[in-house]
Design a protein around this ligand. Structure first.
Ligand code: GLV
Ligand code: GLV
Length: 324
């Protein structure tokens, strides 16, 4: 088994690969490889371990007729042409579960950072502008007892909502199917997107990016939000129409936003950077030592299992196995 890894990942994952494969080629630079570099590295390999920053389209997949398995080091797989892979009988795997807590925690970190103006306050203090306690200094927004709106109640959305238990919030969720765990544990209510946007004090996005969720939150949805509401996105940038969001934030039509993801990553809209009512993170939702190490191990295990002709633990197109 020969594999190509598009970037250095935590050592435990690479160790597993080296134990099982005759060739483990890792892209040698600490940057995102170009498409040409991916195609070059993939040449002659049986398996690919890629990242969410790699566009694995039809051209890449078909560049190597020997390719038998694609393992992604991520939960989201919108960067991979799964349809083409499936057509060619190539399994595609991902690494959910192990990053659920990390990403849900990031959503909470952003929520509090925006609500309590943590980043602004830190800058203010460092700049020596703190001249003593003041009744009206940096007034933020209380979280406890408010209404939490969870858009997408899958693994991460559910974990995010459950972590809010201590804050005695009313929980609304938007999801295709009912989430009985949230209903039983939190008394959460399944509502329409419109109702969620209208009623929530905090809206957090936890959908996958697909053709159906592209620009799911547009100007119309943002306009429904309360004037003092906060929007959090730790999912994928393109789920929100970023232009519309910039407009709404600039006009201060909501309290603020916490963003870990952007529509045109790694490009971040210059207008967003100028706003004090947003907190911006460099797509680090899963960036804990714990989660990233587990992701490396699972991505390696998925790749090895798939190359051995068995269904990996996390397969996004299991139908390739059912067919054979
Ligand atoms: C991170 O964004 C992931 O999908 O793993
Ligand atoms: C705030 O620091 C207070 O003591 O009220």
């Amino acid at each position: 088994m020969k594999v190509f890894v598009t970037r250095k990942i935590p050592e435990p994952g690479l160790e597993l690969l080296r134990r099982e494969c005759s060739v483990v080629e890792v892209f040698p630079h600490d940057r995102i490889p170009s498409k040409e570099e991916i195609i070059e590295g993939l040449g002659g390999k049986d398996g690919l371990l890629c990242l969410l920053t790699d566009k694995i389209d039809e051209e890449v997949i078909t560049s190597n007729p020997k390719l038998r398995m694609i393992s992604s080091y991520a939960a989201g797989y919108d960067n991979i042409d799964v349809e083409t892979a499936t057509k060619l009988g190539i399994p595609v795997s991902n690494t959910p579960d192990v990053l659920t807590d990390a990403t849900a925690e990031m959503a909470w970190a952003l929520l509090f950072a925006v609500a309590r103006r943590i980043v602004e306050g830190d800058a203010f203090t460092r700049e020596g502008r703190f001249k003593g306690w003041s009744p009206l200094l940096m007034l933020g927004k209380q979280v406890s007892g408010k209404t939490l709106g969870v858009v997408g109640a899958g693994r991460i959305g559910t974990a995010f909502a459950l972590k809010g238990r201590g804050f005695n919030m009313k929980t609304l969720y938007f999801n295709r199917s009912r989430n009985r765990l949230l209903e039983e544990e939190l008394g959460a209510e399944k509502v329409s997107l419109e109702e969620l946007m209208r009623e929530s004090d905090f809206v957090s996005i936890h959908l996958p990016l697909t053709s159906e969720t592209y620009h799911f939150i547009g100007y119309r949805e943002l306009s429904l939000m309360k004037k003092d509401a906060i929007l959090i996105n730790t999912a994928r940038g393109a789920i929100i129409d970023e232009n519309a969001l910039v407009e709404v934030l600039t006009e201060k039509r909501i309290f603020g936003a916490g963003l870990d993801v952007y529509e045109h990553e790694p490009m971040v809209d210059e207008r967003l950077k100028k706003l004090s009512n947003v907190v911006l993170q460099p797509h680090t939702g899963s960036a804990t030592l714990e989660a990233r190490t587990e992701m490396a191990i699972i991505a390696a295990e998925n790749l090895i299992t798939g190359l051995k002709g068995r269904k990996p633990r996390y397969c996004v197109n299991p139908e390739v196995f059912d067919r054979s």
